[in-house]
Design a protein around this ligand. Sequence first.
Ligand code: TRP
Length: 400
Amino acid sequence: MFPDRIFSGMRPTGSLHLGHYHGVLKNWIKLQSEYPCFFCVVDLHALTTHYETPDIIEKNVWEVLIDWLASGIDPAQATLFIQSHVQEHAELSLLLGMSTPLGWLERVPTYKEQIEKLHDKDLDTYGFFGYPVLMAADILLYRASLVPVGEDQVPHVEITREIARRFNYLYGREPGFEDKANEAARKLGGKRSKLYHELRNAYQQEGNEEALEQARALLQESQSLLMSDRERLFGYLEGSRKIILVEPQVMLTEASRMPGLNGQKMSKSYSNMIGLRENKVSIEKKIHKMPTDSARARRSDPGDPNKCPVWRLHQAYTNPATHEWVWRICRNAEAGCLECKQPVIDSILLEQQQMLERAQKYIDDSSLLRAIVADGCDKARKLAYETMRDVREAMGISYS
Ligand code: TRP
């Protein structure tokens, strides 16, 4: 009924690093030529945790956009925009909040986790509690069918599905249809009629597929029904309501295996990262300082690549011939660690060169970037407008 469409978002809370590039952006770049893609800088989401330091967000919104373009996100293919510039995100979030049970939000696993993890921030706020509702609004506003995210975001997409289902259940009724369906159900007889309604509720409100099957079987067995009533009841069972909001599917992005400078996962909080657009000297310095296998204290001491974080970077960045060379020189102590690091440095610099070149255009002329975003916001607004027209009408607030 609605075409496939992709939505994903990124919070502008810090500049991006190579982990983002290999873990997320390369995937987006592949997707942009396969589907209509909406990529959104979710500054309102950033405010839920950084409401005391909005200046950080403003700076990073533009940095993140440049990083996306530098990576190869193509504004001629994908729609790039800023969440707060499309006011419908805020409006839909408010409206979805009307019917979202508190229990659903309390049960989102990231909620308590984040509060504990970011213990230096006061996240005992309405805004942070409502994070998943805002995220549901992002996705549902564009009737996106596919949401590429990592494992940690799966519960958020799940709750988005629940919010959409409940919305359609509450507001997607077709006039007159329900009365006729109820009339037909009554003809099933008291006990069966009651069971039918229970099973239908279980399917529509909780997505219980087993209940759907049971209800279908119940209708099959009811020989006394008129054909027209049977069809009506089958239809009513599965909905026969307008689908106003589309339930999205998760498109799971494999976790990035990009190792950081200390061998742990690359992450801003571990300060073990290389930026997506970092200068040559700084990259060289960081890699030169990387620890290696501690058994290799001197050049003449043999080492084990499996105990060395630099080897992990080789695996991500250099070719099989280099890998062979690394094993030889390390196991046999034929060359020093600095020499071993050089091909990694070269490969990263080569990758960065392309990114730096792409970014330069937007740094030199910031009006180019503003134009891309303005265009993206316009495209986004057009879809958002259509959805909100249907949502307002369904909720009975489209008076004129
Ligand atoms: N919560 C996501 C994160 O922290 C960001 C996000 C906001 C998002 N809205 C979204 C991701 C909609 C996918 C779809 O990474």
